[in-house]
Design a protein around this ligand. Structure first.
Ligand code: FAD
Length: 913
């Protein structure tokens, strides 16, 4: 029998273990990214005083169902989350993470399953028994369509996490509030939890109660400033959350006609069939009708769902969304913001993203930033360098209240409808109180993943073209000292077309080290890039293209990913570090191609992957969010679509605010004339090369080649570089000779000579690039010219430029060594070799490539398993191209990689000729 347990409370887990023990095929529906929502849920930190109680409760269940006991030491939220994940794995229970119950599917009078919503939309889960183990019987209420309300005077318990508390916690504070107690935290001696109770001033929904609890906490925090013990205290990561578990506002049984869902405490039988029969009771009760078509899609009547009408809908309240909402509301619009998590701020409030490096520091952004700072300094009573978490979230909550924004939290967008004019008419959400629809004149998709746009039928890209590789997982494990750094971020990709990917990603994270804490959400660096009416491309960025519909300009001096993967980047045409680059954002890039009244902001903007690296920073997404809010209000007031709006006024304002640096020109500023570009190159101007690379290069190459042959030039190196880039044999031959000579002399020459040669290669031919880029570029240049001997040359260069292996301790003695896999520093070089071998395959490289593959196989995975497997699969592509013997067998093995991008790439290689 298939059973679904809704809610991953301890009660829910216990039900699931019992059902699994009885042989039921059991799935837990979990709204967050971890189990045990009542003990590890949002901001539920366990104070020291309550550790023993928690441990004995967990161990009781462990003993009963033969599961691993709690580990010794303090039980951090991360420790508990990992333990619970291990429990369900051991018991063979499936979990659907980030999933909300949408309703019941009933055929005839029989329950056939449930409808659920996740980030890919609605789906059907067959089952014949549903257990309601949610914290407030939300599941029963969702199915019976009977939303929860807390009555006036209902007591609410709140817990506020404090840092920098300098008092002895054993001394209770005289807060003139009998209910307030201060509990010792577990992070360090200066962390504490302030637990206090208040009564609701009026009747409220769950969502309203949560927002109210935050504002109460702000008041409490200000009150704390008068006490010496807590005057320095600042809010930590935890905002108040706890709406006390045991105190239900009303007796739920009286309110609901039949018991459809079975709660563990109600079970007086161990007989699963009896339970299932009891659960059929609701079939005669009150539920929303859903059905299934042949494709197992959920069908329902949109008109039956409760709906809200508004002028501007903002879906997702991350930094882009919350600023879009604030800006639209301040411009006078009626705004409804709906967010998946209980609080606004998105990725930025997850922790770990508390810096605002990169991005354009224009006045528009600085104004927002000043507002946040002023508020948070106020809340904290003093200036805190860096930021912030709870304090910034409090700022957003205060603005939500001040600007009268309708804020609906804990609700996931799971569908959308358009009319025949391609306008979005309804956006479907599923929250704690069940499904509801928002109808808005203009909508802003700020989900960071373009969820609404996709529901409305827009196309999207993700990752890079070949393997869909992109940076994905968060800094969940950053909190253990040994994994605290960039290297602890893993770089798998999520296949954005597959539902199971979110769960796979979450489970993957659970295995990694995260003792201290894990955040509430999978923070995905790069998600979908929605196909817009225009696309921000790297090529345009390099050319400095500016269109009349410019609405923003990012300014960056740095590639936040460290390495830009496209050919322009490899040629030094992008700022790896150093030269600032302006990237113009046209209005078309935030307008999805196929929907007319929708704007997509934040990290789902329409861009190619490399440009995207630069424009997803907090400062930029906040600014673009703000601009989108304004645009939507103007478009409503003027009664015209956003893309038809006259932009001059807004652009003037943005120019004054420094969000665009130059008055927008009417046309693009670069010239595409081959003569003119060739003349620039001959005059030694790098810009000419840059333009040549990007424009119609064949004609330019011929002009340059002519000049080279006739020796009528002054800037040989630039010409060589240009010819090399175009794969011209003269240029390529020249470079190969230089490299070979350099390699021959390396063994004998002094450090000074080598420096000279390196300097010549780097400055003269390829500009100031580091080794990896030098090599990468050589690979491209030489392969373009089909220089047969290129791979050994590249190989030698790689060995000789490998830090630590080529030169030993600056000792001015050069030792040529084999490229080894001991050091992760060599991985980039090995990747280059693999790329070179794919471009210029030859059987002579097969054994060397196989050696490298095997050497990597036995290495621990520095810096992360994904890199290791990524490198291996790239080597396999090279081995295949060069005809290495064991390739097929090794590829088969790779097909079962847990990384979807790697396994699918391996499968592709396996079947390709
Ligand atoms: C690990 C990491 C470190 C980073 N470090 C930095 C840094 O140091 N500096 C910097 O400037 N940038 C940094 N960034 C990038 C930057 O933080 C993000 O690009 C930026 O916060 C994105 O903002 P957003 O509003 O587009 O998306 P998000 O912040 O992700 O907001 C999207 C919101 O929508 C909600 N949502 C998603 N789907 C749905 C749905 N279906 N229904 C309803 N709501 C939904 C989410 O809960 C979330 O609140 C980092 C990113 C990551 C992942």
């Amino acid at each position: 029998m298939k059973s679904i347990v809704t809610g991953s409370t301890l009660r829910g887990l216990e039900s699931a273990f019992l059902l699994a023990e009885k042989g039921c095929d059991t799935t837990i529906l979990c709204s967050g990214t971890y189990l045990g929502e009542d003990i590890t849920g949002t901001w539920k930190w366990y104070p020291r005083e309550r550790q023993d109680q928690l441990r004995s409760e967990l161990d009781r269940i462990a003993v009963k169902y033969d599961l691993p006991l709690t580990p010794p030491g303090l039980l951090y939220p991360g420790t508990i989350k990992r333990l619970l994940a291990e429990w369900v794995r051991k018991a063979g229970i499936k979990v659907c993470y980030m999933t909300r119950l949408f309703g019941a599917v009933v055929k005839g009078n029989v329950l056939t399953g449930i409808a659920a919503a996740d980030k890919q939309g609605l789906f059907f889960l067959p089952c014949s028994l549903v257990v309601d183990a949610t914290m407030h019987h939300e599941a029963t209420r969702v199915i019976s369509h009977n939303p929860l309300r807390f009555p006036k005077d209902h007591p609410i318990t709140m817990r506020l996490e404090l840092r920098e508390v300098t008092c002895d916690f054993s001394n209770k504070l005289d807060l003139k509030d009998v209910n307030a107690i201060l509990l010792k935290g577990i992070r360090d001696e200066r962390q504490a939890y302030l637990e206090f109770r208040r009564q609701l001033p009026y009747d409220m929904s769950m969502q309203e109660a949560r927002a109210w609890a935050v504002s109460e906490s702000c008041t409490m925090l200000s009150a704390l400033k008068q006490f010496p013990e807590t005057s320095d205290a600042i809010p930590g990561e935890a905002l108040p959350y706890a709406i006390d578990l045991d105190e239900m506002p009303v007796n739920i049984e009286e309110n609901i006609k039949g018991w459809y869902l079975t709660c563990l405490e109600k079970w007086d039988t161990d007989d699963i069939n009896t339970l299932s029969a009891e659960s059929q009771l609701l079939i005669n009760g009150n539920y929303l009708p859903f059905s299934l078509n042949d494709e197992q899609e959920i069908l329902f009547d949109w008109k039956l769902l409760p709906h809200t009408e508004t002028e501007v809908l903002v879906a997702g309240a991350g930094t882009a969304g919350i600023w879009a909402a604030i800006s639209a509301a301040r411009a006078g619009a009626q705004v409804c913001a709906v967010e998946l998590l209980p609080y606004p701020g998105g990725t930025r409030s997850m922790g770990g993203v508390n810096h605002l490096y990169y991005g354009n520091r224009n006045r528009l952004f600085m104004n927002m930033w000043r507002e946040i700072k002023e508020f948070t300094n106020d809340v904290m009573g003093r200036k805190i360098p860096g930021m912030l978490h709870a304090a910034e979230i409090m700022f957003y909550f205060s603005e939500i209240a001040r600007c009268n924004i309708q804020y609906l939290s804990n609700a996931i967008a799971c569908g959308a409808r358009k009319n025949d004019r391609n306008e979005l008419t309804d956006v479907l959400f599923c929250g704690e109180d069940g499904p509801f629809v928002v109808r808005a004149q203009r909508s802003i998709d700020a989900t960071g993943d373009g969820d609404i746009a996709v529901y409305a039928g827009c196309g999207f890209d993700y990752g890079d073209d070949e393997m869909h590789v992109m940076q994905n997982y968060s800094q969940w494990n950053r909190c253990t000292p040994e994994r605290n750094g960039y290297r602890s971020i893993d770089q798998d990709t999520m296949d954005q077309t597959r539902r199971s990917e979110w769960t796979r990603a979450i489970e993957w994270n659970q295995v990694s080290l995260a003792d201290y804490d894990m955040f509430d959400m999978l923070t995905v660096r790069e998600s979908r890039r929605i196909h817009g009416k225009s696309v921000v491309t790297f090529e345009d960025a390099v050319r400095g293209k500016r269109t009349p519909d410019i609405i923003y300009e990012t300014y960056c001096t740095y590639d936040p990913h460290g390495r830009c993967m496209n050919i322009y980047g490899r040629l030094g045409l992008m700022p790896v570090q150093g030269n600032p680059m302006f990237i113009a954002i046209p209005l078309g890039s935030i307008l999805p191609k196929d929907v007319n009244n929708l704007v997509v902001v934040g990290k789902a903007i329409s861009a190619d992957q490399d440009t995207f690296n630069y424009i997803r920073m907090n400062a930029d997404v906040m600014s673009i969010g703000w601009i989108a809010g304004r645009l939507c209000v103007q478009s409503i007031r003027k009664g015209m679509p956003v893309d038809a709006l006259p932009l001059d006024k807004l652009q003037e304002q943005l120019y004054d605010l420094g969000a665009i640096t130059l008055p927008p020109p009417d046309t693009t500023t670069y010239s595409t004339s081959p003569d003119r570009i060739a003349a620039e190159i001959l005059a030694g101007e790098e810009s000419g090369f840059r333009n040549a690379v990007i424009t119609n290069w064949e004609e330019i190459r011929d002009l340059v080649r002519n000049a080279y042959d006739l020796k009528c030039y002054r800037h040989a190196k630039l010409l060589e570089k240009t010819l090399l880039w175009f794969g011209d044999a003269v240029g390529a031959q020249h470079l190969t000779e230089v490299l070979s000579k350099a390699n021959q002399r390396f063994g004998k020459t002094s450090y000074k000579d080598r420096q000279m040669i390196d300097g010549f290669i780097k400055c003269g031919i390829v500009g100031e690039l580091d080794d990896y880029w030098l090599i990468n570029q050589l690979v491209i240049l030489l392969s373009k010219a089909h220089i047969k001997d290129a791979v050994p040359v590249i190989y030698n260069v790689m060995c000789n430029t490998t830090p630590g292996s080529g030169w030993q301790n600056n000792s001015s003695q050069y030792v040529s060594v084999r490229l080894d896999c001991q050091s992760a520093a060599n991985y980039d070089r090995i990747l280059c070799l693999a790329e070179a071998a794919v471009l210029m395959p030859d059987s002579i490289y097969a054994s060397e490539l196989t050696r490298l593959y095997k050497e990597i196989e036995v290495q621990e995975a520095p810096p992360a398993t994904f890199y290791k497997e990524y490198l291996q699969v790239r080597l396999l592509a090279a081995m295949k191209a060069c005809g290495a013997k064991e390739t097929e067998q090794l590829l088969k093995f790779m097909c079962s990689s847990r990384y979807s991008s790697i396994s699918s790439y391996a499968k592709k290689l396996l079947v390709s000729e």
